[in-house]
Ligand binder design. Structure first.
Ligand code: MN3
Length: 204
């Protein structure tokens, strides 16, 4: 079994003006594709693991054969992180979350604005390349974390329900060095309905 690209449910230009079409196209067709190709190539030599899901490979990366650990960490992580990221954005996104996630955010962070401030601070402080995440921790509580490179929260046994790619490749064409501007714009495309579904899946 080989992994395949997740089909974007919207056009490259659909998230304009917040995320430009060229960035989306290069991000999807070059970066995302490269993680996928490299993951599939790495697995060719390890038939025992070809039936595992990509999430399981990343989650259990430390239990894998040594030669498979680094490719899974970097490319498996890159593959699942991006597959996740495409889904939590939408041209119909933005605004404030309603329903259970909205309630939980207000309960834990006191207000949506305070939550955004804390998330923005976490995303800004990532040194070099990485991700900021809204996760459900082991006690079922919402928490904001960041990870370096393509490390996934799954590697710590925690589940993301929302995440933001702060690698320069995600914003440099439009925002150059202005990561805070990219972060502020990104809130306009957050697909809260999907975030809610991600939450629901963890609480079934
Ligand atoms: Mn990326």
């Amino acid at each position: 079994m080989k992994f395949t690209l997740y089909d974007l449910p919207y056009a490259y230009g659909a998230l304009e003006p917040y995320i430009d079409a060229m960035t989306m196209e290069i991000h999807y067709t070059k970066h995302y594709q490269a993680y996928l190709t490299n993951l599939n190539t790495a697995l060719e030599k390890y038939p025992d693991f070809q039936t595992w899901s990509a999430d399981k490979l990343v989650e259990q990366v430390k239990q894998l054969p040594e030669g498979l650990q680094t490719p899974v960490r970097n490319n498996g992580g890159g593959f699942i992180n991006h597959t996740f990221f495409w889904q939590i954005m939408s041209p119909d996104g933005g605004g404030e979350p309603r329903g259970k996630v909205g309630e939980e955010i207000k309960k834990i962070f006191s207000s949506f604005a305070a939550f955004q401030d804390q998330f923005n601070a976490e995303a800004k402080k990532v040194f070099g390349s990485g991700w900021a995440w809204l996760v459900v921790d082991k006690n079922g509580k919402l928490q904001i974390i960041s990870t370096p490179n393509q490390d996934s929260p799954l590697m710590q046994g925690i589940r993301p329900i929302m995440g933001l790619d702060v690698w320069e490749h995600a914003y440099y064409l439009k925002y150059q060095n202005r990561r805070p501007d990219y972060i502020n714009a990104w809130w306009h495309v957050v697909n809260w309905q999907q975030v809610q579904e991600n939450w629901d899946r963890l609480h079934e």
